[in-house]
Design a protein around this ligand. Structure first.
Ligand code: ZN
Length: 489
């Protein structure tokens, strides 16, 4: 909802519950529906992982908001006595040149924060500030990253590893499940008691009775649905290991799930979780009068789903949009086009990064080369995005019209090809790249293997030797020339 303010759902909720602020600031309303209350309870997790990406800095408060790229402290800790409490980050941005006001930042902030602030990339187009999810490289919210956030938080608050916190064990257990996100999300909500079971709905005065519709004998909570309702209990009894794993009888769902977490045999906690999720979806179908899966098929189906999942998820590689055949070596562009390769290198010990760019023609001859040093960005992806932006600017400045731009950072190339300027910490840089590229009569962005990008890599690493911008036209340094010759077709 945060990212799709035009969605029907967002507009309906906004009109009713937060007409004058963003959803993250909306207050708990006693009259809210169950769906709205669920969103509010998930909101606390979202709020923990959301940070501001600085555009023009006009909506972000210097002192109050989370906008620093630090892993832990995202708000400013420098005392800043001369700055009013509601002062905005735009005060620190030089709008004419599209960069930080270097002097001011150095005077105002503590040294470690100076370093962080100056490393935040600024877009010369000064787009609006934007809230992004900080827990995935793509900036797109995933339930897995939310579990990881909660698990890390629980482990940080745990006193020592020899005395593991029960909560930490539980959240880690949820996150480690080798099942689909749907199942993990269900287990997570079951552990939080945030599913719309009849007893929850009854407590919120949404239904008039909490009595289970299937056995008509007991109140329906999530433990009842997946374990203690009479016909479900009989189903679990067929599986001898399941029943013997749980003793004494669980008082609530978290106890039940914890007992299965302790079962050593492979994938039994997964079988339990998938079966529990299927029992929940079956209960929903029954309630809606839809056809429901017979109980005697649940274990068979759960086993099949587990096998399918394991076959599909043995590896978790970065998916590449518009895949090109894997090449081992740089290839020349076609006649009349130029090929631009870019790369970035991080030099953590000197708080800097290097950008390297090489432009070559159909014969593999060098048109231009560039090597420059920048303040260390807080992720490799940002450094790669900045290298790409610089590559596009360099090609435009030389006056090229048709270019193929290649880099070895799949996540950045994917974001550019998808036109995703929204989600990630470098989305505004992707916007710069696309805006600049629109001036070429032809352009394409391609992901290539590192072995095709060796010259750009070497130019990026070279920036470690010199703080100054270095540019070569129809020439390049001697050591790089050897690599260029290797590439000549
Ligand atoms: Zn029942």
């Amino acid at each position: 909802m945060l990212k799709n303010p035009d969605s029907l759902c967002h507009r309906v909720f906004k009109a009713r519950f937060f007409p004058n602020c963003s959803i993250l600031e909306a207050s708990n309303s006693a009259s809210g529906s169950y769906a709205w209350k669920s969103i509010l309870s998930a909101r606390s997790v979202v709020r923990k992982g959301v940070v501001w990406r600085i555009g023009d800095g006009k909506t972000v408060c210097i002192k109050e908001d989370k906008w620093l790229p630090d892993q832990v402290y995202k708000s400013v800790t420098s005392p800043l006595p001369s700055i009013p409490p509601d002062a905005k980050v735009s005060l620190l941005i030089d709008e004419v040149n599209g960069c930080w006001k270097d002097e001011e930042v150095r005077q105002l902030f503590l040294p470690h924060e100076v370093k962080q602030i100056l490393s935040i990339p600024i877009s010369s187009r000064l787009p609006h500030d934007s809230l992004i999810w900080s827990k995935t490289p793509s900036g797109i919210f995933s339930t897995r990253s939310a579990y990881r956030l909660l698990a890390n938080e629980a482990s940080a608050s745990s006193p020592s590893s020899s005395n593991p916190h029960p909560q930490r064990h539980l959240w880690r257990g949820v996150w480690m499940l080798r099942t689909s996100n749907k199942v993990k999300h269900f287990i997570w909500r079951a552990c939080n008691n945030s599913l719309p079971t009849l007893d929850n709905l009854f407590r919120h005065q949404i239904v008039s009775s909490d009595c289970c519709n299937i056995c008509n004998a007991h109140p329906e909570d999530i433990l009842h649905v997946v374990w203690s309702c009479s016909e479900v209990t009989n189903m679990w009894k067929e599986l001898s290991w399941a029943h013997s794993s749980v003793s004494p009888p669980p008082g609530e769902f978290t106890n039940l799930f914890s007992s299965f977490l302790q079962v050593r045999e492979d994938y039994r906690v997964e079988i339990f979780s998938i079966a529990a999720w299927m029992l929940w979806t079956r209960r929903n179908s029954i309630r809606l009068g839809r056809p429901a899966r017979p109980l005697n098929q649940i274990f068979f189906e759960a086993g099949r789903l587990l096998r399918d999942f394991l076959e599909a998820h043995d590896e978790d590689p970065v998916p590449v949009l518009n895949p090109v055949p894997i090449q081992a070596k740089w290839t020349a562009p076609t006649q009349a086009r130029y090929k631009v390769n870019f790369d970035a290198a991080l030099f953590n010990h000197i708080d800097a990064a290097g950008l390297g760019i090489i432009i070559r023609d159909v014969n593999g001859a060098v048109i231009g080369a560039l090597s420059m040093r920048i303040p260390l960005p807080h992720s490799v992806a940002i450094a790669e995005a900045l290298a790409c932006r610089r590559a596009v600017q360099f090609a435009a400045k030389i006056g090229l019209h048709e270019v193929t731009i290649e880099g070895d950072a799949a996540v950045v190339i994917n974001a550019i090809n998808a036109g995703d300027t929204e989600h990630s910490s470098y989305g505004h840089i992707v916007g710069d790249i696309l805006a600049q590229a629109a001036f070429f009569s032809f352009f394409e962005f391609r992901y290539v293997n590192r072995s095709c990008n060796r010259v750009a890599d070497s130019l990026a690493k070279r920036a470690k030797l010199s703080p100054d911008l270095q540019v070569w036209l129809e020439d390049c340094p001697q050591d790089v020339a050897t690599l260029v010759l290797d590439d000549v077709p």
